[in-house]
Design a protein around this ligand. Structure first.
Ligand SMILES: O=C(O)[C@H](CS(=O)(=O)O)OP(=O)(O)O
Ligand SMILES: [Mg+2]
Length: 254
């Protein structure tokens, strides 16, 4: 029997028959790009908290070296050390620090995915080839599900486009594999041909437009527009955050 490669266009749509397989969670704008960048820049761990309150509780229990990162409405949460900007994550080294994150879409998507998958990886455009290779290694010939976080409960072009790129990577250069694709996997794969490249696709998405618009409104938010460009860089990172366990309510990625 051939193995299944499925795409879940929103977190709750993980195919029930694929419980226990390997999942790649995508929130390209911006949570999984930011988490990837924290780890690439030496963070001891990235923890996804299920709520703002849980993030504060994790910091209280983990103590020195723990920093909170996250957003609401795209902007840093009051009392948090950092927002959800991958450019801020790229701006320094994070050795000796654990980053506890809570965001609108991406951290929840990972919490939903762990309920259905044995192995959970975080993917984005920057690590797409590496994430696909790691998923193949972990899956050992078994099923793989690509989970799109979406935006505020809606299917999002930015995550679907990225899922298409990841599916393309999983299929390999010749597209010859033993995978059986579900309809969503075929749909996102077709989507990758619609734009000349990732920059154009992310800029065409509603979320991309919103972040770009926030850059226009106020120069203080200019980095949100630059974040879109950073998130669209394809295959520039070999760092693939992998779920290593749980600490209290947090998902621990390294
Ligand atoms: O920070 C982001 O880009 C989004 C929030 S919003 O849609 O911009 O308000 O969060 P994420 O969880 O990374 O999708
Ligand atoms: Mg998002």
């Amino acid at each position: 029997m051939s193995r299944r490669l499925s795409v879940s266009l929103l977190p709750g749509l993980h195919p029930p028959e694929q419980r226990g397989g390997t999942a790649l969670v995508i929130d390209v704008l911006r949570a999984t790009t930011t988490a990837t960048t924290f780890l690439e820049r030496g963070a001891d761990a990235v923890m996804f908290a299920p709520s703002i309150e849980a993030a504060h509780a994790l910091r209280a229990s983990l103590g020195t070296g723990t920093l909170l990162a996250g957003e609401r409405g795209g902007l840093r949460i009051d009392g948090f050390d950092l927002g959800n900007s991958p450019l801020d994550a790229a701006a320094r080294e994070w050795g000796g620090h654990t980053l506890v994150m809570n965001t609108t879409n991406g951290t929840d998507a990972a919490h939903t995915a762990v309920q259905a998958a044995q192995h959970v990886l975080l993917a984005c455009l920057r690590n797409a080839p590496a994430a696909a290779a790691r998923a193949q290694a972990l899956a050992q010939g078994g099923d793989i599900t690509v989970v799109c976080a979406g935006t505020d409960g809606q299917v999002s072009l930015d995550d679907c486009y990225t899922a298409g790129v990841v599916v393309r990577e999983l299929l390999g250069p010749a597209g010859e594999t033993d995978f059986m694709l579900n309809d969503s996997a075929q749909m996102v794969l077709a989507l990758t041909a619609r734009w000349p490249g990732p920059q154009a696709a992310l800029q065409a998405s509603a979320h991309g437009q919103r972040l770009l618009g926030m850059g226009d409104i106020d120069l203080a938010f200019a980095d949100l527009a630059l974040d879109v460009t950073f998130c669209a860089e394809l295959g520039v990172s070999d760092c693939v955050p992998e779920l290593r366990g749980r600490e209290a309510e947090g998902l621990v990625f390294r």
